[in-house]
Design a protein around this ligand. Structure first.
Ligand SMILES: *[C@@H]1O[C@H](CO)[C@@H](O)[C@H](O)[C@H]1NC(C)=O
Length: 188
C-alpha cells in the first residue's frame, strides 16, 4: 500500500468522524438544509424511512421536533403512547390510523379506525394509544410529524389488550439513541 492510499484512508476516516459529530451537533446546524441530503434510516423497522428534520437530541430544539417518515406498503408503527402533542400531515399515500381513547381504563382496548389520505391531517390526543399503518398495498405513505416537548418518551404495547402499566418505556427512542449518548447530561 502506497503513502497516498494511507493518506486517503486517514482522510476518509477523519471525514466520516466529522460527519458523525456534525450529525449530532446541537450547534452549527445550517439555517437552510436540503432534506434530500439529511440522514435517513429505518432504525431496524422494515419498510420505514425516518428523517429527523429538526430534533431535540440531534439539533438542540427545545419545544418541538419535526420528522419526515415514509412507510412502505404494510409498514406500521408499534402500538404506543406518549405524553406529548403530536400532529401529522399526510404528504403522500394513504393508510389507517388506529386510536384507542384512554377512557377505557386499564388497557387500550379495541381501537377506532380512521382512514388517512393525501393532504389529510390528524393529531393524537395526549397519552392515547395509537398506531399508524400503511394499509395501502400499492403506495408509500409519507407523513410530516410534529411533536411537542422532545425528546419523545414512548411507551410500547404488544397488543391492544396490554395494560397501560405493563408497557415498556423506550427512551431514548430509536432515532435519538446515537446522539443521546454524546449529549452532555446537563443539556437535558
Ligand atoms: C392540499 O390542500 C391545499 C389547500 O387546499 C392545496 O393548496 C394543496 O395543493 C393540496 N395538496 C395536495 C397534495 O393535494
Amino acid at each position: 500500500m502506497g503513502v497516498n492510499s494511507l493518506i486517503f484512508i486517514a482522510l476518509t476516516l477523519l471525514l466520516s468522524l466529522t460527519a458523525e459529530a456534525s450529525h449530532c451537533s446541537i450547534h452549527g446546524v445550517p439555517l437552510v438544509r436540503n432534506i434530500g441530503e439529511l440522514p435517513q434510516d429505518n432504525y431496524g423497522r422494515p419498510g420505514l424511512s425516518h428523517i429527523t428534520i429538526a430534533g431535540s437530541v440531534l439539533h438542540g430544539m427545545k419545544e418541538v421536533e419535526v420528522w419526515l417518515q415514509t412507510f412502505a406498503p404494510g409498514a406500521r408503527t408499534p402500538i404506543h403512547r406518549h405524553s406529548c402533542e403530536e400532529i401529522f400531515v399526510v404528504l403522500k399515500g394513504s393508510g389507517t390510523l388506529y386510536l384507542a381513547s384512554k377512557s377505557h381504563g386499564k388497557y387500550p382496548g379495541e381501537p377506532q379506525e380512521f382512514p388517512i389520505f393525501t393532504n389529510s391531517t390528524f393529531h393524537i390526543p395526549v397519552n392515547d394509544a395509537h398506531q399508524v399503518w400503511n394499509t395501502n398495498q400499492n403506495e408509500d405513505l409519507q407523513v410530516l410529524v410534529v411533536i411537542s416537548r422532545p425528546p419523545v418518551k414512548v411507551f410500547i404495547y404488544e397488543d391492544w389488550l396490554m395494560p397501560h402499566v405493563a408497557t415498556k418505556l423506550k427512551f431514548p427512542y430509536y432515532w435519538d439513541e446515537q446522539c443521546f449518548q454524546t449529549l452532555p447530561k446537563d443539556e437535558l
